[in-house]
Design a protein around this ligand. Structure first.
Ligand code: KIV
Ligand code: ZN
Length: 564
């Protein structure tokens, strides 16, 4: 049998909770956030952060708005110890920020952790021991009572050390590590015992952190565990219930969200989800999820590019281009129908409207991203995206019939080059095909007169660089020019489509005109831009006419002869 054998595994046994409340609740405000980038995140790095990187990360976390930051495991690491000392000695911790350090529930480690925090204004001492069945049986070889005793002894040591460093405003945190693999009644029993030692109150609560050290089940199971825990803890009012999820099954954010619905107050995680194995809960994603629901996340993530730059520099890890909210491609639509829908929604949007744009869950501008990034063109792109680029980049509002014509040209280009087509190339292709068709006909000037409700036009043109004048009449200028050209080139010309609009001053001309002509049974499009609308229309017609004529050597030669 193959090694790929699912029978090796047993399903996680969920709690029986027919009365569960959390599925009907909604998150209404941000939880208390605690960043563990400098501890859990750092412990998971191939190259742990150096002091300069840690300082850079700490400053970023403060600037984003974290009020609780786990800065290291100083009893286990000299660089962590030195870093904590530096923060305190150089007074780098703002008054409204509490630094947190992690320690195992052992006398020497707890004492060393307190030493690291000497002189801190406000600090969180985070003590943990493993409580799961697997850890009890196979790692520690201790029964439930033995493991509970480790927790209680740790709590006593923390309490006593804190009493001898009373200048610091202490908060105590306890984690029954591998909580999700711990019998739920036993987890409550251990935490109750720890709280009996600490004697927290509603005014001065302790933190009880309930880690999904390894994610073992679906997020709803974690939420059940949190709800059960919250409703059975003896002194719930004196505890801040904290979550610490890992991403083994890819659901760390979902688990934290459902567990907040289930009653938790606080969430530990990292920026962009670095951490052991598949990572810690990604605070950027969870905070932006709240933001996208109209809830203040109480973190300022508006400078996302700076956050990404700093996280990458400190962790040496890349950010996936599809990372929620942060990835390079997450506000980019490649598919034609998506581009079309986005363009329509953006065009209809009034400034203070609630955000309702197809395919964009949030406004990219909120994260310092620009609309230009929204649409990029490749061979899969449709006319809407291309039109959007032309409008945004060149002020051209091309009509639908021209969108259809031009998208074929862009797609052919994308297929040949097998690459994305950037806005500059789109502009070039547009000009080449529709505007810069100067041969054989070129317009030098015109005179208009009106007789019998007819426009009479005399146009001075060059045909293959030889000057001549052509004459025509019609109900409007456009009709008169088409008539003049038709007579001169000997082709059957019918004006099929005509659109025009004023251009913004930045476009370098005042008007743009778009025409489609049927020339001997085939359709050709042309575009003209000029400071006057009549010239723009005539340029557009010439561009269209020049397309078949520049390929038709007989006609060109014949015309030349006729003129000569
Ligand atoms: O994942 C975990 O259980 C931890 C604890 C030490 C909180 O990082
Ligand atoms: Zn962890």
């Amino acid at each position: 049998m193959s090694d790929f054998n699912h029978r090796k595994y047993v399903p996680f046994q969920p709690l029986k909770m027919p009365q569960r409340q959390w599925p009907d609740r909604q998150i209404e405000h941000a939880p208390l956030w605690c960043s563990v980038d400098l501890r859990d995140g750092n412990q998971a790095l191939i190259d742990p952060m150096n002091v300069a990187q840690k300082l850079q990360m700490f400053k970023l976390l403060v600037s984003v708005g974290f009020k609780q930051i786990e800065v290291g495991f100083p009893a286990a690491s000299q660089p962590d110890f030195d870093f904590v000392r530096r923060l305190i000695d150089e007074k780098l911790i703002p008054d409204d920020v509490s630094v947190q350090v992690l320690t195992q529930a052992r006398q020497d480690l707890i004492e060393r952790s307190f030493e690291a925090l000497q002189g801190a204004k406000s600090a969180i001492m985070h003590v943990y021991n493993s409580t799961s069945t697997v850890q009890r049986d196979q790692v520690f070889g201790l029964d439930r009572e033995g493991i509970k005793q480790i927790a209680v002894n740790g709590a006593r040591m923390v309490r006593d050390c804190a009493a001898s460093q009373s200048a610091t405003d202490w908060t105590f945190e306890y984690s029954p590590e591998s909580f999700t693999g711990t019998e739920i009644d036993y987890a409550v029993e251990v935490c109750d015992a720890v709280m009996d030692v600490w004697q927290p109150t509603a005014e001065k609560p302790c933190i009880i952190n309930l880690p999904a050290t390894v994610e073992m089940a679906t997020p709803n199971v974690y939420a059940d565990q949190i709800e059960w825990f919250c409703t059975h803890l003896t002194r719930r009012d004196a505890a801040i219930i904290s979550l610490h999820t890992h991403n083994d099954r890819g659901c760390a954010v979902a688990a934290a969200e459902l567990a907040v619905m289930a009653g938790a107050d606080r969430v530990e995680g990292t920026l962009l989800g670095n951490g052991e194995r598949t990572g810690n809960m990604d605070i950027v994603t969870m905070a932006m999820n709240l933001y996208s629901q109209g809830i203040d996340p109480e973190l300022d993530l508006s400078n996302m590019d700076e956050i990404i730059r700093c996280v990458k520099a400190c962790t040496q890890l890349p950010v996936h281009p599809r990372h929620p909210y942060a990835g390079e491609l997450v506000f980019t639509a490649f598919s034609g129908s998506h581009q079309d829908a986005i363009r329509k929604c953006l065009n209809q949007r009034e400034e203070n409207d609630p955000w309702q744009v197809a395919y964009l869950p949030i406004d990219p501008a909120d994260l310092g991203r620009s609309y230009q990034e929204v649409i990029r063109i490749n061979s899969q792109s449709g006319k809407g995206g291309i039109a959007y680029v032309l409008e945004q980049e060149f002020g051209m509002q091309i009509p639908r019939w021209l969108q259809i014509d031009f998208s074929g040209i862009v797609q052919r280009h994308a297929e040949i080059t097998e690459a994305e087509v950037d806005p500059e190339t789109i502009g070039q292709l547009f000009r080449q095909h529709y505007i810069e068709r100067q041969q054989p006909y070129q317009l030098n000037g015109y005179q208009l007169s009106r007789e019998d409700k007819q426009e009479r036009l005399v146009a001075n043109v060059s045909v293959n660089n030889v000057e001549t004048s052509i004459k025509g009449s019609g109900t409007g200028v456009v009709g008169a020019f088409v008539d003049a050209l038709q007579k001169h080139c000997g082709k059957n010309l019918v004006l099929v489509e005509y659109n025009e609009h004023a251009l913004s001053h930045s476009a370098g001309a005042d008007a743009a005109t778009y025409v489609q002509l049927n020339i001997d049974g085939l359709r050709y499009c042309g575009v003209g831009t000029s400071s006057d609308i009549v010239s723009a229309s005539m340029q557009a017609i010439l561009s269209a006419v020049n397309q078949p004529l520049s390929l038709d050597t007989e006609v060109v030669a014949g015309t030349e002869q006729a003129i000569a």
